[in-house]
Design a protein around this ligand. Structure first.
Ligand code: CAA
Length: 286
């Protein structure tokens, strides 16, 4: 099927990037937040990304304007009525996601594909918020941040997802220039199953005073050739988001490698959520 209109629910770190990459390949995008000002802020963030590319000579001003013109901020789920694809990228909370999916299911056309960008929650549990007839077209499509830069999509089939839906997501990922890996519908899928134990161990090393945050991150960057150290990566993802993913892994799989370290609980309780609040394991701007 051809995907021309994409409704992206959530205009935060992931949602704005997802909207940007779809508009960049010619799709028209409705960027949804229940509060219109937040949807507009998401489009402003995309404009800032595109302005940086123009300043570097990687994009011309006309192309930037064309991408932005394809993105419409919306605050009403009825804008999903003629969408070919709905991508949900809201906060990693099962209740928030299922409530939203139920309302979008009532608004969207029967042929629309529903894709969740969940980083850890069961696709079957999210699909259960929609009518049984929708579930063959419900799938996990997990992007990585920064979405315009990271060339991976995790594709997660639920037990009802049909082959045509998988094929449509594969075609779309190819159009976006993203490589696809397929994960079973298990907590954290593939990448976060690998990543979270690295982050928890780095946090334990930090709280035990094994090294400073800078030295722990430098160890991973210089000694392991990682583009970011684990503590700055946790700050970048969002400490609240990391905590949510660890809880899903701890409850769903178990094991000390997924248990949120005390320092993470303390930082989140204090409202220090990483880059987005200006403070996490590091202070920002650095
Ligand atoms: N949005 C859009 N583009 C961005 C960006 C952003 N937030 N940050 C950087 N970029 C672009 C830059 O514009 C630049 O583009 P060009 O090459 O076209 O000029 C390119 O990325 C490289 O940026 P910089 O040179 O400024 O910086 P860098 O070389 O240090 O790279 C980075 C920045 C790409 C973010 C790199 O540090 C990196 O790869 N970090 C690791 C990211 C990662 O692991 N992401 C996955 C997180 S896990 C996740 O997302 C899923 C989950 O479920 C938690």
């Amino acid at each position: 099927m051809s995907i021309n209109h994409v409704f992206v629910a959530g205009a935060g770190l992931m949602g704005h990037g997802i909207a940007q990459v779809h508009a960049a390949v010619g799709a028209s995008v409705s960027l949804y937040e229940p509060d219109l000002a937040r949807a507009v802020a998401g489009r402003d963030r995309i404009a800032a990304n595109l302005d940086r590319a123009v300043a570097k000579g990687k994009l011309d001003a006309a192309a930037r304007d064309a991408v932005l013109a394809r993105i419409t901020p919306v605050a009403d789920v009825r804008a999903a009525a003629d969408a070919d694809l709905v991508i949900e990228a809201v906060f990693e909370d099962e209740g928030v996601k299922t409530a939203l999916w139920a309302s979008i299911d009532a608004a969207a056309q029967a042929s629309a594909i529903f894709a969740s960008n969940t980083s850890s929650i069961s696709i079957d549990r999210l699909a259960a918020a929609t009518a049984p007839a929708r579930r063959p077209r419900f799938v996990g499509m997990h992007f990585f941040s920064p979405v315009p830069v990271m060339p991976l999509v995790e594709l997660i089939r639920g037990s009802a997802t049909d082959d045509a839906t998988e094929a449509a997501i594969r075609d779309l990922a190819a159009r976006l220039g993203k490589q696809v890996i397929v994960s079973a519908d298990t907590p954290g899928f593939i990448v976060n199953r690998i990543l979270m134990p690295l982050l928890t161990e780095a946090m334990h090393a930090f709280e035990e005073g094994v090294g400073t945050a800078v030295d722990i991150d430098t160890g991973a960057k210089v000694g392991l050739n990682h583009p970011m150290g684990p503590l700055e990566l946790a700050d970048f993802i969002g400490l609240d988001v990391c905590l949510g993913i660890m809880r899903v892994l701890e409850e769903g799989i178990g094991g000390p490698q997924f248990a949120p370290p005390q320092v993470l609980l303390d930082l989140v309780a204090a409202g220090h959520l990483g880059q987005k609040t200006g403070r996490g394991f590091h202070s920002y701007p650095r």
